[in-house]
Ligand binder design. Structure first.
Ligand SMILES: Cc1cc2nc3c(=O)[nH]c(=O)nc-3n(C[C@H](O)[C@H](O)[C@H](O)COP(=O)(O)O)c2cc1C
Length: 172
């Protein structure tokens, strides 16, 4: 009886509507963990909108569970104009699955410069190849400072919160 109650609580909100399940997968390399901070901000803002969301460092994700989610959000620091090796390896680990009909979104952390490029384009291409549908434009979170010690610019976490709120609307 108790386990049945817990199951209902996990899968439905109090108005009886099934909760959407969202998985955020991120890498974060620098000491300041900027991409992780963006991931946590998105997670908290989605939770506040009643969405069942989990945020996981990429090496902690079991690829076989990704299909259990309605929406996959992938975030990466930009390195050499693209996503990190761990994020690219993560996509390789999903190759044998089909994600047709699932939603997805990308974000990255990058330097604010005309020459810096970004990881969003590559992440979105991989997601589309896997069958995901990109439901809102990706979020670029800007950092400044040395490569070893980059910090998010003022306002970037507010931008991430707004991004998540827009995403929540797109998901419902
Ligand atoms: C090896 C290396 C390559 C990088 N290449 C780029 C780049 O091509 N474009 C860019 O905007 N930032 C680049 N950066 C800066 C990262 O974007 C920045 O360190 C990152 O956003 C920090 O995210 P994190 O704190 O989550 O690791 C690079 C950083 C490193 C260490």
């Amino acid at each position: 009886m108790l386990s049945g109650f817990i199951y209902l609580e996990v899968c439905f909100n109090y108005s009886g509507v099934a909760l959407l399940k969202v998985l955020i997968v991120y890498d974060s390399v620098s000491v300041n963990k900027n991409t992780e901070k963006v991931a946590e901000t998105i997670r908290d803002a989605l939770k506040a909108k009643g969405i069942d969301v989990q945020s996981s460092y990429v090496e902690n994700v079991d690829a076989s569970t990704v299909k259990d989610y309605d929406c996959l959000i992938v975030g990466s620091p930009t390195q050499a104009w693209r996503a990190t090796v761990l994020i690219r390896d993560f996509f390789d680990s999903l190759k044998t699955e089909s994600f047709a009909g699932k939603s997805a979104v990308a974000f990255d952390a990058r330097i604010k410069s005309r020459l810096s490029g970004g990881a969003i384009g590559g992440i979105e291409s991989k997601l589309k190849q896997l069958g995901f549908k990109i439901i809102v434009p990706g979020l670029a979170a800007y950092v400044e400072g040395k490569q070893t010690n980059p910090v998010l610019l003022d306002g970037e976490l507010d931008k991430a919160k707004k991004f998540a709120e827009d995403l929540a609307k797109a998901l419902h």
